[in-house]
Design a protein around this ligand. Structure first.
Ligand code: ACO
Length: 306
């Protein structure tokens, strides 16, 4: 494959595969996005993982355990996809724990009540689905294929969150208040997951030309708002945005702007939970070092045939 065949593959909406020729910028953009995505899945285990020992029933605990394990699985598929581009998984982990590579801003907020588990499923996984379904058609084959399975699991996660919230909304006034409080805290950070506004998104134009991204940050944010408003009504919660209203002429909802300065601050490592998240990932990495060493020694022994 050459530069012209690469251009033709993109133009015809076909997939670029690991052994195909690709521009260095395309490779580096994919490694950046896939690594950030993988890190998000792995760090994303922490906010909900904090509730595993405190889940209110055995059933809720089993669901939450399975969900958090799914996130680990997503991280592993994505690190594998990054490896097909020549990245080294150990190196990516080092970059994460040294603060040299990003992960999603959303996982730097604390989970204060069990309602947060439901709201993360509904809003955070709902936003993740909006962002990730189009990535199933991303131009890089291994990434697109990983996204298909991930999206199926994310849909299940979203429904379990919504079902948990429906149950709580049918409970006591205190439980309903807990849900509303969680919605108030997670709404704006969920909108920030889609990234900065289009005019402030340095990577979008190139990533869209390469068909890595299929829609702009603002398009996906709008899609998420339109999808979520009727769900909030069915649930009986209020979305904390006084500017939110249906716009007949656009056939979409108008909505307020998140605090973009807050997004910048969280991305730069200074959000409410950034330090704790990275410290825990660092600890897990050093606690697991002996397992990696043992696995490498075992593989070496097999290779040498002894
Ligand atoms: N949190 C952290 N960093 C962000 C966020 C965010 N919510 N939004 C944007 N950024 C970063 C970008 O990574 C980029 O940083 P970099 O250039 O240093 O790598 C910078 O801010 C500017 O943003 P954009 O130019 O808009 O970046 P990009 O085109 O990569 O778009 C987006 C960002 C939409 C997150 C894109 O990378 C994407 O779709 N990624 C795949 C999905 C993903 O990672 N989801 C993770 C959370 S979902 C989950 O795990 C449940």
């Amino acid at each position: 494959m050459s530069e012209s065949t690469f251009a033709e593959t993109i133009a015809k909406d076909q997939r670029v595969e690991p052994r195909d020729w690709m521009p260095d910028g395309y490779r580096q953009t994919l490694i950046r996005q896939i690594a950030q995505h993988a890190h998000s899945e792995i760090i994303g285990m922490q906010p909900e993982g904090d509730w595993i020992t405190r889940a209110p029933t055995l059933r809720r605990k089993a669901i939450l355990l399975a969900k958090v394990q799914d996130e680990a699985g997503h991280g592993l598929y994505l690190y594998s996809a990054a490896e097909t581009l020549g990245a080294d998984r150990g190196d990516l982990t080092r970059r994460l724990i040294e603060g040299r590579q990003k992960y999603s801003s959303i996982f730097n907020y604390p989970t204060l009540s069990f309602a947060d588990v439901g709201v993360i499923g509904w809003l955070v996984d709902g936003a993740a689905i909006c962002n990730q379904v189009p990535l199933c058609r991303s131009s890089y084959g291994p990434y697109a294929r990983a996204m298909i399975r991930i999206c199926k699991e994310e849909s299940f996660h979203q429904r379990q969150g919504y079902e948990l919230l429906m149950t709580m909304m049918g409970g006591t006034p205190a439980q309903r208040d807990m849900v509303q409080d969680a919605v108030n805290r997670w709404w704006w950070p969920s909108l920030m997951m889609f990234g900065p506004p289009d005019g402030d998104s340095p990577n979008s134009a190139r990533s869209m030309a390469w068909k890595i991204k299929r829609h702009s940050n603002d398009e996906l944010r709008q899609r998420f708002v339109d999808m979520t408003v009727p769900q909030a009504a069915a649930l009986g919660v209020t979305l904390p945005d006084p500017e939110l209203r249906w716009n007949e002429s656009r056939g979409s909802h108008d909505f307020g702007q998140p605090d973009w300065a807050e997004l910048k601050q969280v991305i730069s490592g200074d959000g409410p939970m950034n330090r704790q998240r990275i410290a825990r990932r660092k600890q897990a990495d050093s606690d697991g070092a002996w397992v990696r060493e043992a696995a490498a020694a075992h593989a070496a022994k097999h290779r040498s045939g002894s």
